[in-house]
Structure formats: C-alpha cells, structure tokens
Design a protein around this ligand. Structure first.
Ligand SMILES: [Zn+2]
Length: 204
C-alpha cells in the first residue's frame, strides 16, 4: 500500500530516489472533504486531505493525512485537522497559534482579524462583541478549509494535471484562476462557470 504512494510521488518528482524525491514537496493546503476520496496510497475512504506542491517542478497533488505523516514528514496538516475538529465541535473554541498563522498567510483572514485573534488568545472572559468577532473568524476558518471551497481547487488542479499531458492547452487563464482562488479562498460564480466550461469542452 505504502509502496504505491512512493511510486506515485516519485513519478511526479524530479528525483527518482524516494529519499530525495520526498524533500521536493511542501505543504500547500489542508481541507476536510464531505465526500470520500482515495489517497495516492490506495487508502479509501479519506476525508482529511492535504494538497502538496513540488518545489522544483510546481506539480500539485493530494494525499490523505495518513501518508503526509508517515512519509512526507510535513505535520502542518495534522495541526490544521486538530483545529478544524476543535472549532467544529465548539465554535467558541480556539484554533492553535500555528493554524492562525497559516490562515493569515494564506489570506484567509484580514490583518484586523489576525491581530484581534492574537489579542484575545487564551482569554476566557470576553465581551459579547468580542465573542461575536471570534466566532466570525472561526467560521471563516471552517469555510476556508471546507470541501466546497477546496472543490474549486480540486477542479483547477484537475485541469492543470490534464494540461501536463495536453500541451496544446494554454494554462494562463487557469493559473490566474488559481492565484485568485488562493487569495480569496474561493472562485466567483463567473470564474467557476468559466472553469466548468473548460472541463466540459475538453471532457476532462
Ligand atoms: Zn495514504
């Protein structure tokens, strides 16, 4: 099972030696999927999904949390899933400091929200207004890591993967969608329908 993962990752990497190939990969995003998916290792079903990116050739792929921890020694995914669970169970709960930083870096929250969350960190007594803001930021975090948002990424990545073998296709537009999705956390209705048109037209 795990052998399959190493094979798949080496295929997508520049190096053909696992020990070096795995170092080419870094963590991009984590999300919780409402639909069951399969991991590269063949494991099914998985819900906690990490998007990883190759630093040398910029290829992107997704793996289940199982493999992220065992093989890629990237533990960001785990921290994010722990915080997702915590905030899903109690919307007044706190995401961890590492996750707050991640969310801010990925532009999932504003400067104000980031500073605010830091200023109330570990405080148990908050005003009604402060609780309200904290909950709003927690909801933003859940939204940011939800399947709906990330299904936009799934679609974009699917097209980009397909384009690797179909060099006639100009990826500029899809790459611009991806940048926009990374900034705003999701695509607009218009962007999404343009993307869906591409998928339909080329039967991807
Ligand atoms: Zn796996």
């Amino acid at each position: 099972m795990h052998y399959k993962l190493t094979e798949e990752i080496i295929d997508l990497s520049e190096s053909d030696q696992w020990d070096f190939a795995k170092l080419e990969w870094s963590f991009e995003f984590a999300y919780y999927s409402d639909e069951s998916q399969s991991c590269l290792c063949g494991h099914y079903p998985i819900r906690n999904i990490c998007v990883i990116k190759n630093k040398k050739n910029h290829k992107i792929t997704e793996v289940g949390n199982c493999c992220i921890n065992k093989f890629l020694s990237i533990d960001d995914g785990n921290k994010i899933f722990t915080s997702i669970k915590k905030v899903r169970d109690d919307v007044k709960g706190s995401m961890s400091a590492v996750v707050l930083d991640y969310l801010y870096r990925k532009k999932g929250i504003s400067d104000f929200e980031y500073q605010f969350y830091r200023s109330i960190y570990r405080k148990r007594i908050l005003s009604a207004k402060q609780w309200e803001i904290k909950e709003r930021i927690n909801r933003k975090f859940l939204n940011f890591t939800s399947y709906e948002t990330n299904s936009h990424f799934n679609k974009i990545n699917k097209v980009l993967k397909w384009a690797q073998n179909n060099s006639f296709f100009n990826t500029d537009f899809v790459l611009s969608l991806k940048r926009s999705c990374q900034q705003k956390g999701r695509l607009t209705e218009n962007q999404l329908s343009a993307l869906n048109n591409i998928i339909q037209k080329f039967n991807i």
